[in-house]
Design a protein around this ligand. Structure first.
Ligand code: PAF
Length: 289
């Protein structure tokens, strides 16, 4: 049997625990999640465990980052399973706040990160990054960890969090863990559980397409030669594309034409009712001598 993890639901109790660790000169890592944990989340816990003496995992399905027509009420929740997975991985504490602890009555403050939040997922989910930025700011200020770990699958999100931490002088180091994939390449996500058997079989096509585009761009083809065709192929495979773009990974400015410097591919597409996102670096071309 797996030991039950200490679970805390109030900021007051969280701060008392953090203070006790600080008094013992221990360093603290925070891994914010919405639960429904998979190997991708657990890889972030592994990073946190390596980098700090104590690891806190937060589990809070944040209503502010869901639009009214999105899946807040059906978002997968399984406290027992999450607890067992975290116990096995060696987490020190789970912070699982009640709704009112995060959003007390008359809560009226929001954090918005201009520029970076506007493109990609921000264009089709305009509420999303404001909700993420607000809750992450709160979680960071509540726990005041030394480091906080986020996944590269949500590349735009981790960039926005880095920016808000810098802009608001929050004293925490943001660490990003690599995308963890299923054996067939599909990026792990709690929402993969929504895929029908047919859509699950088609889903790895998104990553295969990114790899294919990335190889072509790295070999000197232009975005115009590669992206429209890749979009047509994805559509034919049943994907409804939200975006498929090449951007500068530091500032999310779109790149068109031949790739001459750092570049990253970003994709979001719906299969059935499930929205998938993925991203991949484009290797830089070696200069001919
Ligand atoms: O990536 C997520 O699971 C969420 O957006 C986060 C960072 C936990 C904020 O709710």
């Amino acid at each position: 049997m797996v030991a039950s993890l200490p679970k805390i639901r109030t900021v007051r109790a969280l701060r008392a625990r953090v203070k006790a660790w600080r008094d013992d000169s221990e360093t603290i890592a925070l891994v914010p999640t919405m639960g429904a944990l998979h190997q991708g989340h657990l890889s972030l816990v592994d990073i946190a465990n390596k980098k700090a003496d104590r690891t806190i995992v937060t589990i809070f399905v944040n209503p502010a980052q869901f639009a009214p027509n999105e899946d807040f009420s059906s978002y997968p929740r399984d406290e027992k399973r999450d607890n067992a997975a975290l116990s096995e991985r060696g987490t020190d504490l789970v912070f699982s706040p009640n709704h009112a602890e995060i959003y007390p009555p008359d809560f009226s403050t929001s954090v918005s990160v201009g520029g970076l939040s506007e493109g990609l997922c921000g264009a089709s989910r305009p509420h999303f990054f404001g909700g993420v930025a607000t809750v992450v700011t709160k979680l960071l200020l509540q726990a005041l960890p030394d480091i906080a770990v986020f996944g590269e699958k949500d590349y735009q999100q981790q960039l926005i969090i880095r920016r808000l931490v810098r802009d608001l002088n929050i004293p925490v180091k943001i660490v990003t863990g690599p995308i963890i994939r299923e054996a067939d390449g599909l990026a792990m996500s709690s929402r993969n559980a929504y895929l029908s058997a047919k859509d699950r079989a088609a889903a790895p096509r998104l990553y295969q397409t990114l790899r294919d585009i990335s190889a072509k761009l790295a070999s000197g083809k232009t975005t115009g030669q590669v992206l429209p065709r890749a979009k047509r192929q994805l559509k034919a495979a049943g994907f409804e594309i939200d975006y498929l773009e090449v951007m500068d990974p530091d500032n999310l400015i779109p790149i068109k034409g031949r790739i001459t410097g750092k570049a990253r591919l970003f994709a979001a597409a719906t299969l059935g009712a499930t929205r998938l996102i993925d991203n991949l670096a484009v290797p830089q071309r070696r200069r001919a001598r």
